[in-house]
Design a binder for this molecule. Structure first.
Ligand SMILES: Cc1ncc(COP(=O)(O)O)c(C=O)c1O
Length: 289
C-alpha cells in the first residue's frame, strides 16, 4: 500500500513530498507542530491537540493554514489513505515561503501545512512492560518552551546524548538543579510517601496533552497529586519515575543516571496510570480531558 503525505493542499506519495527551499520552517525553524496518536483508528485527545496548535500559532502571530474543521477532515483523509490504525499523525505549520529575511513576510503569504503519518505497534512495546532509563542534561532551551515550535535543536542534542548513553530520554535540568521536562516528554516522579509530582505548566515546559489527561486520570484514581518542580536529587531518590507524551503514554522509568529507581522495575502507580491511560485511549473510560 503506498504511503501518502499531505503537502500544501495535496495528498502526495510520501517519497515525493517536498517543500520549497525558502520555506521559513526550513530556514528559521519558524513553525509549529503537533503529534496526535492514532489508537485503533481513533485520534487520541484530538480537541486538546487542536487547541494547543491554535495557541502555538497565536503565540507566534502565525495565521492558521485552514479552519480547524477542515484540518481535521484532511487528517482523517490521510489516516484513511494510509490505512493507519495505530501510530501517529504529525502536522507542521510554518509561516510559509518567502525571500529570506528574519522579519515576517508579507501578510498575504500563506502558511505552509505538511502532514505525515507513522505506523506504530503500541501493543508490543517493551518500554511499557520493562521501563526505560533516563539521563539528566542541562536545559539549553529558550524562554518559551510552552510553544510547540519545530525549533528543537537543544532537544535533539539532549536526546542524542541520551541515546549514546543507552537511555530512552534526557531529562533537562535548570542551573538550580530542577528538572524541567524530557527532550520530548514530560517528567514525573512519585515520592516515597506516594505523592505524584510534575512541574506546573509555565513557559519552562510544554504543557503536554498526555500530561493533562494523566492529571485527570490520577484524580479519578484517587492519587495524591502535587504540581511543583522537583530536583534531580529528588528524582534519584524517588519511589517511581515516568515520562509522558502522545506516543510514550505513561512510560515507567527504572533508572535515572546511575540511580536505580525503586526495585528497578516499573512501580505500582506508574503501572496503574499506564493501565488507566490505555483504557482511556481504548474508550474503556469516560473521556477524561
Ligand atoms: C518537550 C516536550 N515536552 C512534553 C511533550 C509531551 O507532550 P504531549 O503529551 O502533548 O505529546 C512533548 C511531546 O512531544 C515534548 O516535545
Amino acid at each position: 500500500m503506498p504511503r501518502y503525505c499531505y503537502v500544501n493542499g495535496r495528498f502526495t506519495p510520501h517519497n515525493q513530498g517536498a517543500v520549497h527551499i525558502e520555506d521559513r520552517g526550513y530556514q528559521f525553524a519558524d513553525g509549529v507542530y503537533e503529534v496526535v496518536t492514532v489508537a485503533d483508528g481513533k485520534l487520541v485527545d484530538e480537541e486538546g491537540h487542536m487547541a494547543r496548535l491554535d495557541r502555538s500559532l497565536k503565540e507566534l502571530r502565525m495565521p492558521a493554514p485552514m479552519k480547524r474543521a477542515v484540518l481535521q477532515l484532511k487528517m482523517r483523509e490521510l489516516i484513511r489513505l494510509n490505512g493507519l490504525t495505530d501510530g501517529l499523525v504529525y502536522m507542521q505549520v510554518t509561516r510559509g515561503v518567502a525571500p529570506r529575511n528574519h522579519a515576517f513576510p508579507a501578510e498575504d503569504t500563506p502558511p505552509a501545512l505538511v502532514m505525515t503519518t507513522k505506523r506504530m505497534d503500541f501493543a508490543s512495546m517493551r518500554k511499557f512492560t520493562d521501563g526505560v532509563s533516563v539521563v539528566t542534561r542541562p536545559d539549553l532551551r529558550w524562554a518559551r518552551c510552552d510553544i510547540k515550535t519545530v525549533s528543537l535543536l537543544p532537544n535533539c542534542l539532549a536526546k542524542q546524548e541520551a541515546y549514546e548513553a543507552g537511555a530512552y530520554e534526557a531529562w533537562l535540568v535548570k542551573e538550580n538543579g530542577e528538572v524541567t521536562e524530557g527532550s520530548s516528554s514530560n517528567a514525573w516522579i512519585v515520592t516515597a510517601d506516594g505523592k505524584l509530582i510534575t512541574r506546573p505548566p509555565t513557559n519552562e515546559i510544554l504543557n503536554g496533552i498526555t500530561r493533562r489527561t494523566i492529571i485527570t486520570l490520577a484524580a479519578e484514581e484517587g492519587l495524591t497529586f502535587e504540581e511543583r518542580a522537583f530536583s534531580v536529587d529528588e528524582a534519584h531518590a524517588a519511589a517511581e519515575c515516568f515520562v509522558s507524551s502522545a506516543t510514550s503514554f505513561v512510560t515507567p522509568v527504572v533508572k535515572v543516571d546511575d540511580a536505580v529507581i525503586g526495585d528497578g522495575s516499573p512501580g505500582p502507580l506508574s503501572r496503574k496510570l499506564l493501565d488507566a491511560y490505555k483504557d482511556y485511549i481504548a474508550g474503556r473510560r469516560d473521556r477524561a480531558a
